[in-house]
Each structure stands twice: as C-alpha cells, then as structure tokens.
Design a protein around this ligand. Structure first.
Ligand code: SAM
Length: 240
C-alpha cells in the first residue's frame, strides 16, 4: 500500500537538491535573504537544472544506469513504488557516484519512492519533461484490473501535461495485448502521435531500453518477443 508515501504540494516544493547534490545552485540566497539568516536556513536548496527524463516503474534501475552516462548534462529520475527496490537503486547510485568521483558520472540520476499513478504533476511542472519511459509495466491481465494499468486516457493526460511538445514517451512490453492497449490509448489521445518505425529504430534510447532493462534481459534469456512503441507529444492546438 502507498499510504505512507508523501508528495510535494507542488514541483517547486520538491526537495530535488538532496537527490542531486552536484547540481545544487550556488549563491542562490543573496540580497535580502542574507539579512534574515533564519529564513535562509529554512529556504530549501534549489538545483540549477530541472529533471527532464523520468523512468516510471524503474524497478532495479538498469535503464537509468545505462542512460545516465549517455546524457551527463541531463537529470534523470526513476519512480518506483516498492520500498526495498527503491532503496536498492538509491544504494547503487551512491556506490556508482563514489566509484566515479573523478568523472562525476551518475550525479545526474536519482530514484524516488512514489506511486507514479498519483500526483505526477506534483513532481513535475507543465512541459518539464523531454522523455518518459514505461518499460515492461505490470500487465494486469484481467479486464477488471485494467484500471490499474499505467496507461489510460486519464494518465495519458497527466503525461501530456508534464511533457513538452516534441517530447517522447517510450513503451516496451513482452505482452502483446498490453502493447496494443498502450498504442490504442496513446494514438487515441489528442496530445500524442505514434513515432514512425524508422525514427524509432534510429533512436539510441530504444536500443538501450530494449537491451538494458532487467525485464528486457529476462525476456531475452527466455527467447520472448519485445513490442516497442514510441509516441510524440504534439503541440497544443491554438485557443479558438
Ligand atoms: N521497468 C523495469 C524493467 O523494465 O526492468 C521494471 C519492470 S517491473 C515488471 C514493473 C515495475 O513497476 C515494478 O518494479 C513495480 O514495483 C513498479 N510499479 C508498479 N506500479 C507502480 C506505480 N504505480 N508507481 C511506481 N512504480 C510502479
């Protein structure tokens, strides 16, 4: 259950600084704040760059760890609902940062324990994200469980809100029925179009998500099939 989960009231209230200490803005508290020392102590530290890539249901973080060095200037976050799994990823981030002190790699990756089906706009501002990954989401096979799926018209509207025009949603699954469900719901949504096959094939992120996720590796070992689909966030139509 997620009763113990806490959420920021708004993206500006989120304490990102503790997750990305190397990206904390220096000298941010200047001028008036200096004359009120208690205030400056209380002010939450800000980072000078916003998170842009989110891996929803990141599991053990294979995708994040493969992407982080490829996008060293971009902040990536994994969102995972299971406490022990989140802690494992956070521990691995600490270890990788420590091993890579000389290059500064992995400073740009973090993992939050969160129910990504709830309050996504509390974490991310409108148009903040450039990529969302939905890799091997739980299939929830039974019809009465479909509402638990991570793709639905309602959730797609939340993804549309936090994504900027031109941003990409990446999906992969070994369950054909779920693949069809995801395609149907994104294509039907006015804020998204499906990315063409050639563009999809040329995208480095597609290759990485196919080979580097833990689930992707498992499917590979078992000789299973992987179904990939990507969707572009369209511009909002002009107001009438
Ligand atoms: N993406 C990883 C991969 O491809 O290897 C993990 C896939 S695993 C089948 C699905 C993951 O999503 C699990 O780790 C599960 O705990 C997580 N999850 C399920 N519902 C979630 C939710 N509402 N919010 C965040 N994570 C969720």
């Amino acid at each position: 259950s997620d009763h113990s989960l806490t959420y920021p009231v708004s993206p500006s209230e989120m304490d990102w600084a503790s997750h990305y200490p190397a990206f904390v803005a220096k000298n941010e508290t200047s001028g008036s704040v200096q004359s009120h020392p208690q205030e400056s102590e209380l002010a939450i530290q800000k980072i000078f760059r916003n998170v842009e890539i989110a891996d929803i249901g990141c599991g053990f973080g294979g995708l994040l760890f493969a992407l982080a060095p490829k996008f060293p200037e971009t902040l990536l976050v994994g969102m995972e609902i299971r406490t022990s799994v989140t802690e494992f990823v956070q521990e691995k981030i600490r270890a990788l940062r420590h091993q890579n002190l000389n290059t500064g790699l992995y400073q740009n990756v973090a993992c939050l324990r969160a129910n990504a089906m709830k309050f996504l706009p509390n974490f991310f501002a409108k148009g903040q994200l450039s990529k969302i990954f939905l890799c091997f989401p739980d299939p929830h096979f039974k019809t009465r469980k479909h509402k638990a799926r991570i793709v639905s018209m309602t959730l797609n509207s939340e993804y549309a809100y936090v994504l900027r025009p031109g941003a990409i949603v990446y999906t992969i699954t070994d369950v054909e029925d779920l693949h069809n469900w995801m395609v149907e719901h994104f294509v039907e949504h006015l804020s998204f179009e499906r990315v063409g096959e050639q563009e999809q094939e040329e995208d480095m992120c597609v290759k990485i998500m196919t080979t580097e996720t833990e689930e992707g590796k498992k499917v590979e070992r078992n000789g299973g099939q992987k179904f990939v689909a990507c969707f572009r966030r369209l511009e909002d139509p002009p107001w009438p």
